[in-house]
Ligand binder design. Structure first.
Ligand code: ADQ
Length: 497
């Protein structure tokens, strides 16, 4: 559908993270897939539509493989597209990425009780880098009306900057993380610039209706902007902007599940490689090492559970895969140190002989290996304190073609709206999380099957192609002569969507 829909139409994706990174190694240049929910979701979509992905060139060998236009092909059997790299100076990377985006906007948007920090210099870098990426979009555009798909909190200003220079472009912005309430958003004193920047789009997409509602509330505080809440539309000089939720998803069926060994083989080989008993109950967690993911809270709950000596759970093993993330930021380095110390403390208190209750795998793990872990586990635990969606929860469900296994899911992950077959927990209540882990590891087989079947049925209907299809399908309807705002045009536009 995507291929047909966009035949002859140029799709340009803008995202900070590139879909593949070239690194210099002792054996030459190696290609690495970065750890990012955004890349997981978007790469299969761009393979289907073709087009250009514009991203920050962050790998040590990225410059060595591009042509004179800073482009490199991304090839696979499912399709090819172009990666256009934008180079940032150390100062730009520090100010725009580590500073404004990850020390300011990330904690502003996630309710994980970390204070956001904004500085004027980071804000200037953010503005400058958004302008640099707008230059790249204009340079890559082959017509006056490309579809420009702008991703995430790194580029809130970009839609308006593109609109100024390519007024007829179809601009779709997708915000992968939560959008905060008006009162929280007010902590950033130049917030209106972000809202107005995003409103340069034709569509502004969020993960949940709640986030879309918060965004409309923030737009309403600017004044003089006509907003139709019932239809989720905002009138702007270039036309009517649609603001609504498009819950992101994963491939279903998944190529990784299709090519994985049988469940029995995964259970056997994973337990053997971890050196644990063949029938040990296994709980798996897969996260970026980020304070929003509730890793410390999970470890506290595991400690609580082990301290209770719950006989029904036997001798469980908890595998925490934690990919290093944003390690240049002290908050993230300190989190890693605390997590390591917590794991050591739990293992020395509750381990004995060969038995180590917690295994921490702190590195990049290939998707094929992650899927083996999912298939070997009795339960998967997503403990986010706040999360736009959380794809790990959905990956676990698509990995379980045996319709077994229990999902323990934070009520504060966007995925909780859809995956009603999960055991829901409040990650801030350590005792309840400990109860939830025990429940997940002892869930009756017929109940596992009932819940899994329900969630798998949902994901079969709402996979990542459906997400992109819905967004881009709505975008395709914008292929009309640019429409000026009037009360009538707003009603007409919302009716047709
Ligand atoms: P992220 O915060 O990056 O994404 P998430 O949705 O959980 O989070 O996706 C993480 C991805 O990285 C998954 O595909 C997972 O399998 C993979 N991954 C995690 N640890 C890994 C490791 N050690 N090695 C290799 N891969 C690993 C942001 C938002 C989310 C939103 C996504 C997509 O914060 O809320 O779901 O974007 O919109």
């Amino acid at each position: 559908m995507l291929r047909r829909q966009f035949e002859g139409q140029q799709v340009i994706v803008v995202a900070n993270r590139e879909p593949c990174v070239h690194e210099t190694t002792a054996d030459g240049i190696a290609v690495r897939r970065p750890i990012s929910g955004l890349v997981t979701a978007l790469d299969p979509v761009l393979r289907a539509t073709g087009g250009t992905w514009i991203a920050h060139g962050s790998g040590t060998a990225d410059r060595a493989v591009v042509d004179r236009f800073d482009r490199v092909r991304v090839d696979s059997e499912d399709g090819t597209y172009t990666l256009r790299r934008v180079w940032l100076t150390r100062g730009e990377e520090r100010g725009y990425y580590h500073g404004f985006s990850n020390t300011g906007l990330w904690p502003l948007c996630h309710l994980a009780f970390e204070s956001p920090r904004f500085t004027r210099s980071d804000w200037r870098h953010y503005q400058a880098v958004n302008a640099r990426f707008a230059d790249a979009v204009v340079a890559e555009a082959q017509s006056s009306r490309p579809v420009v798909f702008v991703h995430d909190y790194h580029f809130a200003l970009l839609p308006s900057l593109v609109r100024e220079r390519l007024p007829d472009a179809i601009v779709v912005a997708f915000w992968h993380i939560p959008w905060p309430s008006v009162s929280r958003f007010a902590r950033f004193s130049c917030g209106n610039a972000l809202v107005e920047g995003l409103l340069g789009s034709d569509i502004v997409g969020f993960q949940t209706p709640e986030h879309a509602g918060h965004f409309l509330d923030c737009a309403a505080t600017i004044g003089e902007i006509p907003i139709d809440r019932a239809n989720g539309t905002v009138g702007r000089p270039h036309g009517v902007v649609m603001v609504r939720d498009y819950p992101i998803s994963v491939e279903c069926p998944s190529r990784w599940a299709r090519t994985a060994p049988s469940i029995d083989e995964c259970r056997r080989s994973v337990r053997a490689s971890l050196g644990i008993e063949p029938d040990a109950p296994l709980l798996i967690a897969v996260d970026r090492m980020d304070y929003t993911k509730g890793i410390e809270e999970r470890l506290s709950a595991i400690r609580r559970l082990l301290a209770r000596g719950n006989a029904t759970v036997g001798r469980p093993v908890f595998v925490q895969v934690a990919a290093p993330s944003r390690t240049r930021l002290e908050k993230y380095r300190l989190l890693g140190e605390r997590v390591r110390a917590q794991v050591e403390a739990i293992n020395s208190r509750f381990g004995s002989g060969e038995y180590q209750p917690v295994r921490l795998i702190e590195r990049h793990v290939e998707p094929s290996e992650i899927f083996r872990l999912f298939r070997a586990a009795d339960a998967c635990h997503v403990n986010s304190l706040d999360d736009g969606m959380n794809l790990v929860a959905k990956e676990f469900v698509v990995a379980r073609d045996d319709e077994r296994g229990a999902l323990l899911l934070s009520q504060f992950a966007g995925a909780a709206r859809e995956l009603s077959g999960a055991i829901m927990i409040n990650p801030f209540d350590i005792d309840l999380v400990a109860d939830g882990i025990a429940d997940a590891l002892t869930l009756a087989e017929d109940e596992q099957e009932r819940r899994m079947r329900m969630m798998r049925g949902h994901l079969a209907d709402y996979d990542v192609y459906r997400w992109a299809g819905d967004l881009l399908d709505d975008a395709a309807k914008v292929r009309r002569p640019p429409q000026k705002y009037s009360p009538d045009s707003m009603a007409a536009a919302s009716g047709s969507w």
